[in-house]
Design a protein around this ligand. Structure first.
Ligand code: SF4
Length: 239
């Protein structure tokens, strides 16, 4: 298993764009920009082309996307930047500056929490209005490394959680419940760490097109079982 830093990205690349989404920012209509590259290798990841081989995907033009956003400002509430992992992309700050300052749009990032220094800088510079952070597993080295597929730096993950909770911007944390990798009792451990009133959601594992081929077709939780976990452990969205 490698260190997360060995997977850092070298070039800013936009690898996907959804003009309108009602699913990626709860309660908001947003556009979604996908950046290539990620420093984790979660076995259950569904965006593995974007993670493992972003160069195989075509680049989207940043100026064309900015021009589209400029023309749709009145129709969307904001822009979600996702990935991959946006914070490994050296073009993230420049992209956010172009969206926030000239266009005046709100932004949200989806992150795995591995880069607390950058998350803090984006918050301090008012470049993001909201953040959703994955918490992959209980906050110990062994569990986290198992679920994110690299040797984890738990201190960085914990630091990101603290920064986000103290930020004053909208946020929520989320965990994908992967059978065989994340046990139901571990959701209770995660909640004990982040705090029981902290906005938290769980999402179901889907066994299609996973990074680790061994998880393809792996049994998913039945909907009834998942809904009962959601009622028990989810707290609701946004601070
Ligand atoms: S699930 Fe997220 S953090 Fe994990 S490999 Fe995929 S993009 Fe990276």
């Amino acid at each position: 298993m490698r260190l997360a830093s060995e997977y850092n990205c070298v070039a800013p690349r936009i690898k996907g764009f959804i003009p309108l989404s009602m699913l990626d920012w709860p309660g908001q209509i947003c556009s979604v920009i996908f950046l290539g590259g990620c420093n984790f290798r979660c076995p259950a990841c569904h965006n593995h082309k974007l993670v493992v081989n972003p160069d195989s995907l075509p680049d989207f033009s940043m100026s064309e996307i900015l021009s589209y956003l400029d023309g749709r400002k009145g129709w969307i509430d904001g822009v979600t930047i996702t990935g991959g992992e946006p914070t490994v992309n050296p073009g993230l700050e420049a992209l956010l500056e172009q969206i926030v300052n000239p266009l005046g749009l709100r932004t949200k990032i989806d992150t795995n929490g591995s880069n607390p220094a950058l998350i803090k800088r984006l918050i301090d510079q008012n470049l993001i209005s909201a953040v959703s952070m994955d918490i992959k597993a209980p906050l110990d080295f062994e569990s986290y490394s198992r679920v994110c597929g690299v040797l984890s730096d738990i201190d960085k993950i914990l630091h990101s959680i603290d920064i986000i909770k103290a930020s004053g911007i909208d946020f929520f944390f989320r965990t994908t419940v992967v059978p065989g990798l994340v046990a139901e009792r571990e959701l209770a451990e995660i909640k004990n760490t982040i705090g029981h009133d902290t906005p938290y959601m769980i999402q179901p594992f889907r066994n299609i097109d996973t990074l680790d081929p061994h998880l393809k077709g792996f049994p998913e939780y039945e909907m009834e079982r998942f809904e009962s976990m959601k009622a028990r452990y989810g707290t609701g969205l946004f601070s």
